[in-house]
Design a protein around this ligand. Structure first.
Ligand SMILES: Nc1nc2c(ncn2[C@@H]2O[C@H](COP(=O)(O)OP(=O)(O)OP(=O)(O)O)[C@@H](O)[C@H]2O)c(=O)[nH]1
Ligand SMILES: [Mg+2]
Length: 526
């Protein structure tokens, strides 16, 4: 770790403008706690760093980007293609996460209906605050627009008209019948680990944001959490956590359950309950009045992380087995830093490795990190000796706020983060690979009439279509790279939709080949 390098992420801790004394006290208390945790793990990080003595033939790649940018999804694409055995072994275990994603969506709908029936006012969103300052000469953003929601979040509505008259006994009944899902949710979250929490910040309630601290093995854990708490969790590997979740039994709900994990059709209690609720869930999701209420409250579940309600017929079944695509779309928030090892087949690296030995570039370590603001300080120790950064910047989010800090525009955050990463001395020789991600959602949003220039005044009168927006953003990111790079380094830009595994396969292969080529070129120089 470059102990002498100033923290490039310090900018994320500058006090927001117009902070009240109360807000300041809360922020300082939060920061003090974070520092305490950070100090506690510092020794552990150093020990880990020594332990994972760098093998000069191991290619290290870091996935960076804000939360929900698609880092873990990109990693899944890598593993699906290049670590097939481990991927297949793990696939079934994702069932519990997908089930929890579904349950969260249903509970959210039920809560919204209840609020509508009770005549609750629509949450007013966060107060209008100026964005955190962008560096000079980058006047990209308009002031935040209160009506711009993060996907899948509740925000303002111009209409205050209650729609409760649309909601009838049928909805009350559905709500009652779906009641058991709450218990299932609690149980699943408990079994998946103490870290399975939703992140909510004011109006930015992230509906699909399940959070689980994944410790793949003791040597890869960055240790954001005090050791004594880790013992409480008892979760040491992703596989363990997922398996615990998928054998979840909800004992008190059904008298017929046994403890051996086998239920009707080879399922478990969670699977049974979900299957028995299938028709009610479908009735709820397809109900016209429900759609009207969701629209009124600007809740775009179908664009949110971990959305599976259109697949209930297939998924809420006793014999459900997740497909590759299901696993890729499943949402499980990453906390800390996860390490994945991929060993490439000799033939896939040999064409490049001719000059310096057949094994060069065969072993890769991919690091997936938690992207929320509070987790970024854990990244720095992993910057050392990194061959390439794959940076995920979601391009559909120009009108959205961060979940963890609803004052901050997501695209602005991506630019700031990219700037910090590009300017890091430790990464000065790393290849920079940028994924302009979530192109599908960008196209959808633009088709629905959202105007980019309202959020980015500097966009001007360019066409409001995806290719023009991508070209514009690509230039902005390139410009930052040029300004911030201490030395000229390799860089590659891709427009991606990483949940589209077919399209992403070609990108992943191109990325793999270019990382390897650059790595071997550097190795020859050394
Ligand atoms: N529609 C769409 N959804 C995407 C795309 N990329 C990722 N997602 C979804 O967005 C959600 C968040 O993706 P993740 O890969 O978990 O995000 P992350 O960057 O790892 O987030 P953290 O772990 O919180 O840092 C998941 O439900 C993905 O399926 C995309 O290109 N299009
Ligand atoms: Mg992740």
């Amino acid at each position: 770790m470059g102990a002498t390098e100033p923290d490039p992420f310090a900018i994320f801790h500058t006090p927001p403008p117009g902070e009240t004394p109360g807000e300041r006290a809360m922020r300082e208390a939060k920061e003090a706690e974070e520092k305490r945790v950070s100090d506690m793990i510092d020794d552990q990080l150093k020990a880990e760093k020594l332990a994972r003595k760098k093998d000069k033939y191991v290619v290290q790649v870091l996935l960076l980007g804000q939360s929900e940018s698609g880092k873990s999804t990109t990693l899944k694409n890598f593993r699906m293609r290049y670590a097939k055995a481990a991927w297949q072994a793990e696939r079934t275990s994702w069932r519990s996460v997908i089930q929890l994603n579904i349950i969260r969506s249903i509970i959210t709908i039920v809560e919204v209906l209840q609020a509508e029936m009770d005549g609750d006012p629509i949450e007013p969103g966060t107060p209008t605050m100026p964005f955190s300052p962008l560096p000079p000469n980058t006047p990209l953003f308009a002031p935040p627009r209160p009506e711009s929601p993060a996907l899948g979040t509740r925000t303002h509505s111009s209409s205050k008209q209650p729609l409760s008259s649309l909601l009838t006994d049928k909805h009350q009944l559905l709500k009652l019948r779906l009641g058991p899902l709450r218990r299932v949710e609690t149980d699943l979250k408990r079994r998946l680990g103490e870290g399975a929490v939703e992140e909510v910040d004011g109006a930015a309630s992230n509906l699909g944001a399940l959070s689980l601290r994944l410790e793949l093995d003791s040597s890869s854990d960055s240790g954001l959490v005090p050791k004594k708490r880790k013992a409480e969790w008892g979760v040491h590997r992703l596989q363990d956590a997922l398996e615990k979740g998928s054998s979840a039994r909800v004992g008190s709900l059904h008298g017929h359950g046994t403890d051996d994990g086998s239920g009707e059709g080879g399922g478990d209690d969670v699977t049974d309950i979900l299957a028995s609720c299938r028709e009610d869930m479908q009735a709820l999701w397809s109900d016209e009045a429900v759609r009207v209420v969701l629209k009124k409250r600007k809740l775009r579940l179908e664009d949110s992380a971990g959305f599976f309600l259109d697949d209930l017929d297939r998924i809420a079944q006793r014999n459900y087995e997740p497909s590759d695509d299901d696993v890729v779309r499943a949402r499980l928030r990453t906390l800390g830093v996860q390490e994945y090892r991929i060993t490439f087949e000799p033939q896939s690296t040999a064409i490049f490795a001719g000059g310096i030995g057949g094994d060069a570039g065969k072993e890769w370590l991919l690091y997936d990190v938690g992207g929320s603001r509070t987790m970024r300080h854990a990244w720095l120790p992993y910057f050392d000796n990194v061959q390439a950064i794959i940076f995920l910047a979601p391009v559909s989010c120009f009108d959205e706020r961060l979940t963890e800090d609803s004052k901050i525009n997501r695209l602005e955050d991506s630019f700031l983060l990219w700037r910090s990463v590009c300017g890091s001395k430790l990464l000065s020789r790393a290849s920079m690979i940028l994924f302009l991600n979530k192109c599908d959602l960008l196209k959808k949003k633009l088709r629905s009439g959202v105007q980019v220039k309202k959020y980015l005044p500097s966009y001007g009168d360019r066409p409001n279509d995806a290719s023009a927006v991508l070209k514009y953003l690509r230039e902005k990111f390139k410009e930052i790279l040029r300004q911030q790079s201490p030395e000229i380094r390799q860089n590659y830009f891709y427009a991606t939709t990483v949940i589209d595994t077919k399209a992403t396969a070609a990108t992943i292969k191109a990325v793999k080949d270019s990382i390897l080529r650059d790595y071997l070129k550097n190795a020859e120089i050394v």
